[in-house]
Design a protein. Structure first.
Length: 342
């Protein structure tokens, strides 16, 4: 295993704290089940998990857009559980298509100040300043339909920031964008978060997006938090079988000592004829992926046969290509095997 990145020395103050936070829409298991979480101030936090695991419900309870069944939400130590959304110090960034189409970028950004009765000159000055901060100052008079998807996204960000929130909440903000723009906007979100020094809490079902963005990843499953940590830690040391499978790139194997996870690029493969140590397997799939070749295999582990994948660098595969139906041996170095909680 590669050495872990050094952890930040001083612990940062907590921006958002959830205490036994629970949401029950109906009988049975709650949508969010007594979760505890502390989100460091000025950090980029991603709530990650499959559809229906309770991410949006959690975010909406932080925002004040959903009532809490039990438990508490604290912002910088202040209990905000029963405060209305506008009084919390949080703001939600909605997807770009939630902009008003008939208003200019400037008026979209100034809208919530207008609702608060702030005078026109003052709200326009503030909106102009925020648009400038997201590199949109020169396009302030354009309507959303005259802006690109990325530019609309920046207007949506400026609109969320005008209330001077301490915490910005984002629910799948990139999911409506095409793949190219999604990656570009992802980098922008990350840059803005660092520049603004704000706490971002970003909901996504994409582990790739969460890994690219997050200082801290919070992986949820069935209304519970399964693991919290920086991306490299969650990826390299998945705590549970669910995490290992959900993060991808891992094999889950049964050994006499219990279940383990091994990254597919940490698997060693050898032809069966070499008689090397490990478990027997048969090649079922060979997929060229550019830098890597991904092998699918049917392997014999301690409780029967299981599907396994092995990622081989292209050069290694060129040296010794494996073919469909070939019998091989699979092994791994002990430090690459991570025991999974039952
Ligand atoms: P996610 O954002 O992770 O996809 P949600 O928080 O939207 O998940 O939903 C969690 C669970 O709560 C799901 O089972 C969903 O069907 C249910 N749920 C969400 N919103 C409501 C609602 N307004 N009324 C009833 N059930 C809901
Ligand atoms: Mg959701």
């Amino acid at each position: 295993m590669s050495p872990a990145a050094p952890s930040p020395s001083a612990p940062r103050p907590v921006a958002v704290e959830l205490v036994a936070l629970t949401k029950r829409y109906a009988q049975g298991q709650p949508a969010v089940d007594a979760i505890d979480l502390r989100i460091a101030s000025g950090s980029y936090c991603c709530l990650l998990g499959p559809s229906g695991c309770g991410k949006s419900t959690t975010l909406r309870m932080i925002a004040g857009h959903e009532t809490v069944s039990s438990g508490d939400v604290l912002l910088e130590g202040r209990n905000i559980t029963d405060l209305p959304a506008a009084a919390r110090g949080t703001a939600m960034m909605f997807q770009s298509f939630a902009l008003f189409p008939h208003l200019s970028a400037l008026d979209n950004v100034a809208f919530s100040l207008k609702m608060k009765g702030v005078a026109k000159a003052e709200r326009h000055a503030k909106a102009q300043d925020l648009l400038a901060r997201v590199a949109m100052g020169h396009l302030a008079q354009r309507k959303p339909g005259e802006l690109s998807g990325g530019q609309q996204q920046r207007v949506a960000l400026a609109r969320a920031l005008i209330t001077e929130p301490r915490v910005l909440l984002l629910d799948e903000p990139l999911s409506a964008l095409d793949p190219f723009l999604r990656i570009q906007m992802r980098a922008e979100l990350r840059r803005w978060q660092k520049e603004l020094g704000l706490t971002f809490v970003h909901v996504t079902h994409s582990q790739e997006e969460a890994m690219a963005l997050a200082d801290t990843m919070v992986v949820m499953n069935h209304g519970l938090i399964e693991q919290v940590g920086p991306p490299h830690e969650v990826y390299n040391r998945p705590a549970t079988e669910f995490i290992a499978r959900f993060m991808g790139g891992h094999n889950v194997l049964q050994t006499p000592a219990g279940k383990i996870a091994v990254r597919n690029d940490h698997m060693q493969i050898a032809p069966a004829s070499t008689g090397s140590a490990g478990i027997g397997a048969k090649v079922t799939d060979v997929e060229y992926q550019g830098t890597y070749v991904l092998l699918g295999l049917d392997a014999e582990n301690a409780d029967g046969r299981t599907g396994v994948s092995v990622m081989l660098p292209e050069a290694a595969f060129a040296d010794r290509p494996y073919t469909l139906g070939e019998d091989v041996r699979l092994s791994w170095a002990a430090p690459h095997a991570h025991a999974l909680a039952a």
